[in-house]
Design a protein around this ligand. Sequence first.
Ligand code: NDP
Ligand code: OXD
Length: 314
Amino acid sequence: MAVAPMRITFCCTDTKAQPWLEGLRAALPNATIEQWTAGANLADYAVVWAPPQAFFDEQVALKGIFNIGAGVDALMGLRLPATAAVVRLDDAGMSVQMAEYVCHAVIRHFREFDAYEADVSAGKWSYRKPRLRSDFPVGVMGLGVLGERVARALAQFDFPTLGWSRSPKTVDGVRCFSGQAEFADFLAMTRVLVCLLPLTPETQDILRRDTLAQLLPGAYVINVARGGHLVDDDLLALIASGHVAGATLDVFRVEPLPAAHPFWHHPKITITPHTSARTLREESIAQIARKIRALHEGEPVTGLAGLVDLKKGY
Ligand code: NDP
Ligand code: OXD
């Protein structure tokens, strides 16, 4: 069925616009879709990634703002048009990527593959004493679209798996904790900590000295959410003290990670360039086009998966 004409503006930092514009035009042939420039016509919907405040100051007639990522922290500090619903990507192929990245990081640490690689490079054929899975409980902070998939995947490998979220949850094979009241218990039972929280005022700096100190000794930290969750110097100090054995980090306070940052060459820290779960263009365009069409045809905004609660900030 044909959809009434509409105007869509595209404003995505660090993104090649042309393939997105072509894909969106193919998926929504009745729409006029243009890359935003200052002074452009008012649009009905926006497709964005980290747009500047100037974009929203001009685009005051938006009914929907579609973020081409799962995290909306880059939008939450901006003044958004009051009439617009903010909608983030709901999985769109990211949860399986996140599950493989986190399982890889956990297994690499648990099985000591770094040490084996070093031995092999030195021409050494040597065995290490097998570690007990029961000594490596993995705690996942955030049991949303990505965190739940990650927790389920870890449980499949028989790691004792724990999860922590704001509201109570039930996930098969995962011991679930919720709210501030249960945070200390969750930390005290966790050796490998995975962060998959959204970055909000409540979760900013949550991976800091006093929280990481509550993990089981020889802890391991995997941050795949946002750099703002982690207090870098606190992690370095706890690694130096021996309480934390190491970390795998995909996200940083400043990206790209500055060349002089100690994480680059730290022997106990593995870094990757914010790549644990990439936005997949085809899946994302299909999802966003479906949601724009639904909104434009008058479906209630509350029915859209990935609708952001502006009060909670995610
Ligand atoms: P969701 O919104 O689906 O899940 C967020 C989870 O965090 C929910 O379980 C929520 O609890 C929980 N949560 C939020 N605030 C708190 C709090 N104060 N205390 C305890 N739990 C809290 O998000 P996604 O799973 O889709 O994505 C998670 C994050 O992953 C994104 O916000 C983004 O920052 C990051 N990300 C990173 C990528 C990368 O490549 N590195 C790629 C994609 C995303 P409740 O369920 O009760 O609401
Ligand atoms: C996201 C991200 O939020 O890429 O989707 O980090």
